[in-house]
Ligand binder design. Sequence first.
Ligand code: FAD
Length: 676
Amino acid sequence: MALDTLDFSVMVALAVAVLAYIAKTQFFPSEPESTGFLPTAAVAGRDLLQVIKDNSKNAVIFYGSQTGTAEDYASKLSKELSSRFGLKTMTVDFADYDFDNFADITSDTLCFFLMATYGEGEPTDNANEFYEWLFNEADSLSTLSYTVFGLGNSTYEFYNKVGKDLDAKFEEKGAERFSPYGEGDDGTGTLDEDFLTWKDNVFDSLKNNLNFEEHELTYEPGLKLEESDFLTIEDESVSQGEPDKSYITGSSDLTKGPFDNTHPYLAPITKTRELFTSKDRSCVHVEFDISGSNLRYTTGDHVAIWPSNANETIATFVKAFGLEQKLDTVFDLKALDSTIHLPFPTPISYGAVIRHHLEITGPISRQFLLSISAFAPGAEAKKEVTRLGNDKQAFADEVTTKKLNIADALLLISGGKPWSAVPFEFVIESVSHLQPRYYSISSSSLTEKTTINVTAVVEAEEAGDRFVTGVVTNLLKNVEVEQNHTPFKPAVTYDLEGPRGKYSKFKLPIHVRRSTFKLPTNPSAPVILIGPGTGVAPLRGFVRERVQQKKAGTPIGKTVLFFGCRRENEDYLYREEWPQYAKELGSSFEIHTAFSRETDKKVYVQHKILEQSSKINKLLEDGAFIYVCGDASRMARDVQASLAKVLANERGIAEDKAADLLRSYKVQNRYQEDVW
Ligand code: FAD
């Protein structure tokens, strides 16, 4: 029987579809593995011991990470231990496993713990459960062979508490430390160098005490990249930089959470405005509408904003690696070991990875220079990169102080030659992954149930012929400029349309992190709010909350706010709002301002606190709660010292006794800090 035209075209279409399917399944034989953010552990199960055994591992690098640094160090350490000592390594996110049989890990498996301390001496979200288990349930750990590195910030009171606690607890439980405890300090900017020092000690212990042989560091990929001959960035299965797989497949209702650091809500930005009046500095107020989702927050929480990179930074990065022709090329990634996570959804293009997944703006590390030296473009560049990688002082003088990013540094080292021999797998594995930035929510969930306000100061500093910029704050400034048609030229520009135009009309991915920074449950308790600069953000939320409570007829305690900035007419945040709140709250509201650049002698909030000594003391006697928000490096300490002086003077006690009293307030949650 002869085929008619319709039958024929149907058969051709079918044949094409079958061929395309065969091609696709051969090219990407195990599609289900390419599940992007799905941790491998989820496939292998949550039984850590089983995963260690199944994959014949003898070195496990655990990380407690909030902003990605500990995770980044863990993956670098893992690769180095494997390359230098032939250890069979795996990295472990605590959140991916159960710990019932943790005590059964035997001493032939070396355990490394990289533990960040977050907030008020707390473990990071992903380490919380393990920490609870260790401190409340764990028995003897006599077969555990371990070492710990703590990541902390000495400007915080509970510096590296988690690392220290873990190390001490392991010792108490009978575990054996095979290399000394180490810790790094982000507050002094020496975290990278502190980590390298600790790592050197670990290597010495491996060589001298455990008899491992050390080899030269070579790059051993943990991922395999395969470029596609037939997929284009337009193919619907290809990631254009969407935050996770569900944004590509549309497989789930994207308005329904849970929303967290693996799955954000794409929130419309309904309003933005510039809060400063000065020409050279900028601070943006941003309002995210969450009414279309089940994302919720309570006053004092933090919102995380998921960024993408600026066009100018991307252009330099692309030039540094000679990737101009590759940006739209699509590739798939395979993990060469089942314990390795794929860091983003695939298939994906080079361009999408660079724009949406790599931290390409920030400083470069000495360790990165050493590891990339094998791929230097020529002998001169190799010599130079090795010199800078090995010489701590030269690196500090020639790279760190100039605030060079990866691309700036590499181009400087090679005299402008592209580093085309660097495998892109190396780039993916060695460059940190772009992380959301956290902001203290500046609205109140009582007054703005479905709107999240953010108050962000824009980080942009001129350095010769270029700008050193912050990723998220400049992105927010770009949104403000576009949305309001503001006649302002931002330091850098962004693609605000997002993958497949999904961010168009001003949307950005966000999630909320619960915070412990909360008003007293009893609204009639007095509060002392101290928040200079953008530290005022959550305090604005607090004041709005109390105004709303008062309107609802609830008796409200005294609210005393200390705010500081440079000049009243320049950066006095929400200047027009405070008189409104004062009107609503009446005599129960007071604001004390410190303008540091309006007088010969600089005046800060801590000076204003001293001026109000007797009032503060009286409020504290009446059960006041203290809230301090903003700069962690100096302000929080200076404020605490001023408060200790207030108590000492007013109560006639020694300052160290007053400091102890303040510490006891902290323990009782009557003195809360939200500092960064
Ligand atoms: P990033 O890209 O993170 O850069 C950080 C800094 O490094 C910038 O100053 C940048 O200019 C500089 N930099 C960039 N490249 C280099 C380089 N190559 N070498 C050296 N330096 C470089 N901030 C607010 O404004 N308001 C808030 O309410 C607020 N709340 C916070 C609450 C919490 C709990 C935390 C943890 C932080 C909060 N922050 C807040 C800080 C905020 O999270 C960001 O850190 C800040 O906005 C900068 O983000 P960014 O992406 O713009 O800069």
